[in-house]
Design a protein around this ligand. Sequence first.
Ligand code: ADP
Ligand code: MG
Length: 254
Amino acid sequence: MSPLPIISVKNLVKSYGEFTAVKGISFEVFEGEIFGLLGPNGAGKSTTLEIIETLREKTSGEVMVNGFNIDDAQEAIKKMIGVQLQTAGFYPNLNLTELMQLFIGLYQTDVDPISLLKKVNLEDKAKSKYKELSGGQKQRFSIATTLINQPKIIFLDEPTTGLDPQARRNLWDLIQEIRDNGTTVIITTHYMDEAEVLCDRVAIIDSGEIVVINTPNELIDELVASGFEKIKEVKKANLEDVFIHKTGKAWRED
Ligand code: ADP
Ligand code: MG
């Protein structure tokens, strides 16, 4: 059975004046996968995501989201996606229940704020103010807000940047759980270990062009098959494994 594309991007171009940030990229995201968009700063990842999210105008190309064209079905698309907002957008003095109620009101739906907080393991913070949360808790809260409208697809733009290893791994579990419950996830990250563990498939984008798309495993196998060898002898563990082994996997003030 071949996987069904839930997002299809064809020859997408985005120019900012004279500068072309996205240079005719094409890719598909399959239903039910975690798809990673990887690339250095300025590669065009956020621009691409925001165009698919209908938050930014494209210059040319075609983008279909769950059968809808972004050119003429922006409202329909907005209803079935969840977008992680920059954390700065939250009122710092409201508690999590109040903030969640505010967002639920915006979506004009009727979900229980506490059940959403539970999904991201923040029910014990229901009465805490947003500004009192740690970095990882803030990220988990903002992921919870993407789930309000029971979206088919969620978009996470660098959700783990700046988090400690425990918080990062907890977010991986959360994101995999969301995928396992049937939501397609598109994520950007600078952490290759993260992409390797978390993503079903990745696209590497550089200067507005896609360099490769495949599963992490096949990309690594292809590189090895091409004769690539690591200079250093490969150890059975890395420093991060040592860190986790010594400090434990328990949830911290993340
Ligand atoms: P990434 O998310 O991969 O770091 P972006 O999509 O944010 O990259 O940006 C891609 C390129 O487009 C960068 O060179 C950036 O400076 C430029 N860019 C992004 N937004 C704008 C804008 N509103 N006006 C002009 N240039 C922009
Ligand atoms: Mg970006």
